[in-house]
Design a protein around this ligand. Structure first.
Ligand code: HEC
Length: 114
């Protein structure tokens, strides 16, 4: 029973920490890196998926188009590409957490401000 108390306290501290983290719980990601990734999304991804991600050589990456698709599948596609299709792997350019963040951005939809 006593063993549980410290763990509970740690949980409280973590909960507080999470509340003060910057946007989208991207703990280790700086705003500068987020800006870089958004630039990549618009320039590089946009070259195939369309400037506004409505589709081009690659399919649309809008919230509507991605609706119902699993986060892990989308992340996997970004990191590893789709062999046999023009979709290249982006693993050399970003980490797993960063790919997850991009998936969240796509699912919410890019705003003009971004
Ligand atoms: C050279 C062209 C090209 C570039 C650049 C590219 N993609 Fe793709 N992407 C594709 C194609 C083609 C597909 C469809 C693959 C298939 O047929 O399954 C695809 C599929 C995807 C999918 C899966 C969509 C779905 O509906 O399942 C995601 C997510 C995705 N791309 C994200 C990205 C992101 C993020 C970037 C930039 C970091 C990017 N792509 C850059 C061509 C590209």
């Amino acid at each position: 029973m006593d063993m549980r108390r410290p763990r509970h306290r740690t949980g409280m501290i973590l909960t507080c920490a999470v509340m003060f983290l910057p946007a989208m719980g991207a703990a280790d990601m700086t705003v500068a890196r987020q800006t870089e990734l958004l630039h990549l999304l618009k320039q590089d991804c946009g070259s195939c998926h369309g400037m506004t991600l409505q589709g081009g050589l690659g399919p649309a990456l809008t919230p509507q188009a991605l609706n119902g698709k699993l986060d892990v599948m989308l992340r996997d596609t970004i990191l590893n590409g789709r062999p046999g299709t023009p979709m290249p792997p982006w693993r050399p350019f970003m980490g797993t957490q960063e790919a997850d963040w991009l998936v969240q951005v796509l699912q919410r939809g890019l705003t003009d401000a971004q």
